[in-house]
Design a binder for this molecule. Sequence first.
Ligand SMILES: [Zn+2]
Length: 167
Amino acid sequence: MKQINIKYCTKCGSLLTQMEEEGKVRKYCENCQTTYYDNPLPSVAVVVSDGNDRIVLVKRKSEPGKGKWSLPGGFINNGESAIQAALRELEEETGLKGIVNNFIKIFNHESDLYGHVIIITYEAGIIGGELRAGDDAERAEYFNIADMPPLAFPFQQEAVEQVFGCS
Ligand SMILES: [Zn+2]
């Protein structure tokens, strides 16, 4: 499993030391008396359907999964709920305004780039906007569910299958 490898305190810049807590070695700032916990990163992904068995996918512009088709999604910002993050990422990447209809599932993913990532997945419908690729998407397109290309990550495939009942 990938661990965070920071050397200095993000608050005060002091060199971090190590300390053991509950049997785990943690990074510790003696100046701030703050322990650094190596937590997973929370993110979201959205299965967006147009109601006619079509799904919205984006072609990823950057790693991980660069050049592959993917569900719209990304990391949750501070101060944002998971649903807010899902709708923001959808609009940023596809130009579409959505509404979350259902929660699908929470997935765990080991990313080479980010370590342990938690992905909260939602099913969403479209309430406005026009499809165009934006932000970190190279392209954004509708696909008939039967013609859907392979997705960048296996958990996304599973999320789509839960919504459309296909495999
Ligand atoms: Zn500090």
